[in-house]
Write a protein of this length. Structure first.
Length: 341
């Protein structure tokens, strides 16, 4: 109740007219789901507050401050460009030095978000294991078109296997028999940042072996993307495009981000070994958003309504920011502003 009072008072009096919302991925891996979630949440926060969105990356800091490590360079960025009102940065408190920033550190006391994505989403009280992400319908459509242009000869339906890590036990032996009613198809295996290249090689080899046993090598296309081998080569990362264009998605491994992003097309997805190994995701099975791949006799499309966890997290951040601004001005002043308007 008290927090609600402060939020109400903060909106008209203590929120800047155009707050700066900054995402700092410089000291982290910008391919992480946490980084993508920060971007998605920050853009919604910026839009709702009428603010200015900024993104700071390793490449930017290396260009502007080539002699400094990212952890040091970010302070010089704040010194030169001002301290933002809201900062998303997992390692902020290790890399924030008011002595380097100087006077601008005194001018703004930022509201800082350092929590990991799943922790941010838990604060919204939406406990079904969905987390925030950066995917929007327009981004999905753009990346889907890129995928279609890069792989024009894919046979339909498109079956995507999302490798969240190096867990793949029994995948090929489970998948190939479930294609018996499909005259043709494409299987696209997309590895993530936690998937070893050697694991991907084994997965592709076992899929090829199972297709040979079933006599399906001619009518089933096998494609793959090795994230670790190709992330810096300029090759198209098909991940988002696959979410847009896939008829069926099967998630292997443990990743709240990949599961949540794969559901952004409002269609239920499959998860390998969800009943026996990745039981944290059973709440999503109960809600009908995830299906047990091991228990499925075939592949079926199921439209679903997926709540938007990114907007929920953004609303939580805005509430926290307003309260932060109110406390920065003094609790009694904030309460007085609420009472006497």
């Amino acid at each position: 109740m008290l927090r609600s009072l402060f939020n109400a008072a903060a909106c008209p009096l203590y929120v800047p007219e155009k707050p700066v919302v900054l995402v700092n991925t410089a000291a982290d891996d910008c391919s992480r789901g946490d980084s993508h979630a920060y971007m998605g949440i920050a853009k919604i926060v910026t839009e709702k507050l009428g603010g200015e969105y900024r993104l700071v990356t390793n490449d930017m800091l290396k260009t502007d401050y080539p002699a400094l490590a990212p952890a040091e360079a970010i302070n010089f960025y704040y010194r030169d460009h001002g301290v933002p009102d809201i900062i998303f940065s997992r390692l902020h408190y290790l890399h924030y030095d008011p002595d380097v920033i100087g006077e601008k550190a005194k001018e703004t006391k930022p509201y800082v978000i350092t929590a990991m994505n799943e922790d941010l989403s838990r604060k919204t009280r939406f406990s079904a294991r969905l987390v925030a992400h950066h995917l929007t319908p327009s981004l999905l459509a753009v990346e889907g078109e890129k995928l279609a242009q890069a792989y024009p000869d894919m046979k339909a339906p498109l079956i995507t296997v999302m490798m969240a890590d190096s867990e793949y036990y029994g995948l090929a032996q489970t998948l190939i028999p479930r294609l018996k009613d499909l005259p043709e198809a494409t299987i696209f295996v997309c590895s993530g940042r936690r998937t070893d290249s050697s694991t991907l090689t084994v997965v592709m080899g076992t899929l090829e072996s199972e297709l040979d046993k079933a006599g399906r090598r001619d009518d089933i296309n096998l494609l793959h993307y090795d994230f670790r081998a190709n992330r810096n080569t300029g090759m198209l990362n098909p991940y988002i495009g696959l979410i847009d264009r896939s008829d069926y998605i099967i998630v292997c491994g443990d990743s709240y981000s990949i599961v949540s992003e794969s559901l952004s097309k409002q269609q239920a997805i499959y998860m390998h070994r969800v009943n026996t190994y990745f039981t944290d995701y059973l709440p999503l099975v109960k809600k009908g958003l995830v299906k047990s791949f091991d228990d499925a006799s075939g592949l079926n499309k199921t439209p679903v309504h997926v709540p938007n966890p990114t907007e929920k997290s953004a609303n939580s951040v805005i509430s926290g920011y307003k309260f932060h601004r109110c406390t920065q001005m003094g609790l009694l002043r904030g309460l007085g502003a609420y009472i006497w308007g």
